[in-house]
Write a protein that binds this ligand. Structure first.
Ligand code: SAM
Length: 289
């Protein structure tokens, strides 16, 4: 039986065969630990009828493990040099399709429609390039794709920020943006040593389980997120001061204080103490002002 791609020796020989040199600018840190890969795949809870979208297959280490347990894998890879390599390393897996594209520019709704059955269980699983983690995750969430879950390896600090609860140092607008669309949890952390080349930061597996309905009802999502971002603009400032600064000449400090009192949010609290429910009630009141 062929060895897995994600062993140090097999990876080395593939890289040597093609004279491949890593591009730091593309966040190329490849996984060389099959156990970690299997745990990532397990966290996505796939079965033989599952469809999977992968972002950044590299030389196919994770793709291979996904292909072994699912019905179809569609992988987006930006680096042209990896396309012939993937054709070779994944030649045994006919249900894998590699698309040469920047995932940020891809029409993912279209891909889902074309590549998967309408009732199919679909997940996104990836070891994400760290330089674009947040834009990629926000694109995946905001496009409201018909997917069940997103399981990604990302920088540990970012995973903690995304999964953070109120009154913690990590809680901020990114936590709320992600948790509006999904239930977020850190599944496990990973040391630097399982990558080649080794990154400078530790990593974690984040699982986002997509919600059927947002946890709060708001009239205007854009406005809701604008209020959340404004409330965290300067973390040390009170919510009153942050919002006063945000609305500048549109609303007076007194008006904002009145609104905060009306919705029973003490104006001297900081953004990091507000729950998503409180942000929603506050945004509704401001929106209809
Ligand atoms: N999946 C492989 C693994 O686990 O070993 C490689 C992961 S590596 C952290 C990130 C991969 O994403 C690289 O192959 C890189 O070329 C690719 N990549 C970077 N930016 C991308 C983008 N905008 N769209 C698609 N792929 C991208």
């Amino acid at each position: 039986m062929e060895k897995d791609i994600a062993t140090p020796n097999k990876t080395k020989s593939i890289l040597e065969k093609y004279g491949f040199s890593f591009k730091k600018s593309l966040g190329q840190n490849f996984l060389i630990d099959t156990n970690v890969l299997k745990r990532i795949v397990q966290a996505a809870d796939l079965n033989e009828s599952s469809g999977v979208i992968e972002i950044g297959p590299g030389i196919g280490a994770l793709t291979e493990q996904l292909a072994k347990v699912s019905n179809k894998v569609i992988a987006f890879e930006i680096d042209q040099r990896l396309i012939p390599i993937l054709k070779d390393t994944l030649s045994n897996y006919h249900h894998v399709k590699v698309i040469h594209s920047d995932v940020l520019k891809a029409n993912l709704s279209e891909t889902v429609k074309e590549e998967f059955d309408s009732e199919q269980d679909i997940s996104i699983v990836a070891n994400l390039p760290y330089y674009v983690t947040t834009p990629i995750l926000m694109k995946l969430l905001e496009e409201k794709l018909p997917i069940r879950t997103i399981v990604v390896m990302i920088q540990k600090e970012v995973a903690e920020r995304i999964a953070a609860k109120p009154n913690s140092k990590d809680y901020g607008s990114l936590s709320i943006a992600a948790q509006y669309y999904a239930h977020a949890e850190t599944v496990f952390t990973v040391p630097k040593t399982v990558f080649v080349p080794q990154p400078n930061v530790d990593s974690a597996i984040l699982r986002l389980t997509i919600r059927n309905e947002p946890p709060v009802q708001v009239s205007n999502e854009q406005f809701f997120f604008e209020i959340v971002r404004a409330s965290f603009a300067q973390r040390r400032k009170t919510i009153l001061n942050n919002l006063t600064h945000h609305f500048e000449d549109k609303m007076s400090k007194g008006d904002i204080e009145q609104i905060l009192n009306d919705v029973e949010i003490e104006p001297r609290r900081r953004g990091e103490s507000l729950s998503m429910d409180e942000f929603a009630i506050l945004a509704e009141k401001l929106y209809h002002y």
